[in-house]
Design a protein around this ligand. Sequence first.
Ligand code: SF4
Length: 294
Amino acid sequence: MIPSLRVSVWSACNLSCSYCHKEGNPHPGRHLSDEEILQLILAALPAGVLKVKITGGEPLLRPKVIDLLAQIIRRGINVSLTTNGTRLSLWAQELREIKLKKVGVSLDTLHPDRLQRLCGVDAMTSILRGIYAARDVGLPLELNTVLMRGVNEDEWEELIGFAEKMHASLQFIELSPATQSEKFYECHHIGLDPIERVLQERGEVLESVHHPSDRARYRLYGVEVSLCRSTPKDSDGGIRRRGLRLSADGKVYGFDYRQSCLLDLGAAYRAGIRGNDLTQLWVQASSIHQISQN
Ligand code: SF4
């Protein structure tokens, strides 16, 4: 019913990317405690959640985040993490030790000046240090690149070469219209079709697309490359494959960052709702989302 769940554990970020969508929740309320996050995730499991992706803002800014992740992983849940990489070198070893399934690191460019223009901070050294640290400790690694016209569209091959050296997979992501700046989207949006044509001609197809929200996967130069389109709507309501999001302040959203909150599960938990009643709220959020997509 809810195959995947994105859980934001920290709304703030130390970068300021031009395309940031702030998870569709730019002014979050009080952050959930570790216990609240854990209990809300556990309540989602009977609703069909198979894997949990931890996100932010920047999740590695959350105090004691490793303890929180370890608690979730100990419950047998498949947990991955997406990060901007700037603090990854501090935690790579521990993330490996707690058996994190995968770390996804945003890397839009290998050019420090481009990165600084894009995210407002001179962050290349710390990001690369994080990526090298993840590789060196054997943490399963995926690099995430938002492809943008006039920014990094000329770098895709270089990025695949870098992923090969890092023993990483690489995901090219289509710029989302939910970015905070409409003008940025209009100037820099580029579809993924041209890159897919090259991958089809020169690479090996690992997984082709049967559904609008599936991710096509190829192998090129020994690197697994997937394409993540900013699909606005799926034929079955965007639920089956894409799941739901839990914000840092406990609200549930769909995967479309422009949508409003479906339910406030943090408030429900604080009001004393537990166990199966909490699970039923996840099911309800999923149904509301499905109806709103049809
Ligand atoms: S790293 Fe992610 S959360 Fe941080 S500003 Fe960039 S897009 Fe937003």
